[in-house]
Design a protein around this ligand. Structure first.
Ligand SMILES: [Zn+2]
Length: 407
């Protein structure tokens, strides 16, 4: 096994230590299968030691410096040596950091609440963000759908409140909702406007019937005793039976509207013992059709009003583009302070926004560059450090005793 492969084994340090002991003491090892609990003296001793080890507070720390074959290591948070697949482990840490950074943004406090209340299933949500029902890997229609998902989930639909903020001289303060003509149009109002709710109710009634059929048709009869007892309803659909005036009146529905997948919509699939893989396949296609209707029957209706407004007020495309750009202020910054009190986090663009649910190379920033440097498969003969820019080399310290570098 090459050293690079060896580093991917869990507890690689422990395995290296065992190998070291075997070599050092010149031991010859022969593997023999011993039946568990068969009264074998040494197996019982090993068993007792393993059991005692679970309860003890002491742990054995293996110093990588003492293991000649271990050329270097990566330490997390100055306390733990990552002695398993480094790329996979760090990916997890980065994902958590991205999600925390994302949810710490002020305007996303609803989503943060939903997350801490465990209403959202993050695994399905991530699958949904990356879901592509089209035959091509990239296409204009796919981009349009992804853009819709992301804008909804960030409260970033171009509603009049934000257009006013960005182009105050064009709209001159006009921000009345096109649908009800009563309230200020904002992302939050758009999803709770009584006129929106009327349209949404029709859409959700239609798709509620499709949803029920999906569960009944795919129910596993060999595992479900009484299929009639399966609850095929979900609060996402039943919430329309009551009055919805705010987001907290229909939290599950709101999750769906923001393209976050609520656990409650998955539960009936689980109750019907539909396998996870099939559930995902059915549910993602279902959500795709549902959101296509929301886009076509609600957002597009709103947009026809907005287009008419622009015609009536002589607002053209150039009105938006001729304005002096303030792009410089929006340039991406490195900002690792994710606390809500940091004013730099008020503007999502200034923290170098990356959607945590999208798996993309764009999620890389300078602070995680080292992971790619240390885990790539460098096939050339030169030490990879030689191909780096000088200022990066200057920031790297390395241990004289080890061949690899610590960054
Ligand atoms: Zn309204």
């Amino acid at each position: 096994m090459t050293p690079r492969r060896f580093q991917k084994i869990n507890n690689s340090l422990l395995w290296q230590a065992i190998l070291y002991i075997i070599k050092r003491l010149n031991l010859t090892l022969k593997f023999m299968k011993v039946q568990a609990h068969s009264g074998d003296k040494y197996n019982d001793m090993a068993d007792a030691l393993a059991k005692a080890g679970v309860d003890t507070q002491d742990s054995i720390t293996i110093s990588p410096m003492a293991i000649k074959t271990q050329k270097g290591y990566i330490m997390f948070n100055d306390e733990l040596i990552i002695d398993r697949n480094i790329r996979k482990t760090t990916k997890k840490i980065i994902n958590f950091r991205n999600i925390e950074r994302h949810l710490s943004h002020k305007s996303l406090h609803h989503i943060k609440e939903f997350t801490t209340d465990k209403l959202i299933n993050l695994e399905y949500t991530q699958d949904w963000f990356n879901y592509n029902p089209f035959t091509k890997a990239t296409s204009q229609s796919y981009s349009k759908h992804v853009s819709w998902r992301i804008k909804c989930s960030n409260y970033a639909l171009p509603t009049l409140d934000s257009l006013n903020r960005n182009y105050p001289d064009i709209l001159k303060g006009f921000d009345t909702c096109f649908l009800c003509c009563l309230a200020q149009e904002s992302n939050e109002h758009f999803w709770t406007c009584p006129e929106s709710i009327k349209i949404l109710k029709d859409i959700f009634m239609k798709h509620g019937t499709i949803y029920k059929a999906l569960i009944i048709n795919n129910l596993d009869h060999s595992k479900v005793d009484n299929p009639n007892n399966i609850i095929t309803d979900s609060p996402v659909f039943s919430c329309f039976n009551l009055l919805i005036t705010s987001i907290s009146d229909a939290k599950d529905l709101h999750c769906i509207l923001l393209n976050m997948i609520p656990s409650s919509i998955i539960k009936p699939f689980q109750d019907a013992k539909i396998p996870k893989k099939l559930t995902k396949k059915l549910l993602l296609l279902f959500l795709f059709n549902l959101h296509r209707d929301i886009y076509e029957l609600l957002w597009k209706i709103r947009n026809t009003h907005w287009k008419q407004y622009k015609i009536d007020h002589n607002i053209t495309k150039t009105s938006f583009t001729k304005r002096p750009t303030r792009r410089n202020e929006r340039r991406r910054q490195n900002n690792n302070d994710i606390t809500p009190n940091n004013p730099a986090n008020d503007n999502i663009l200034s923290i170098g926004y990356t959607n945590p649910f999208m798996t993309s190379k764009r999620n890389l920033d300078d602070s995680i560059l080292w992971i790619y440097l240390t885990s790539s498969n460098f096939r050339h003969n030169l030490p990879w450090i030689n191909s780096l820019y000088l200022d990066i080399i200057d920031s790297i310290t390395y241990d004289q005793n080890l061949f690899y570098y610590n960054i």
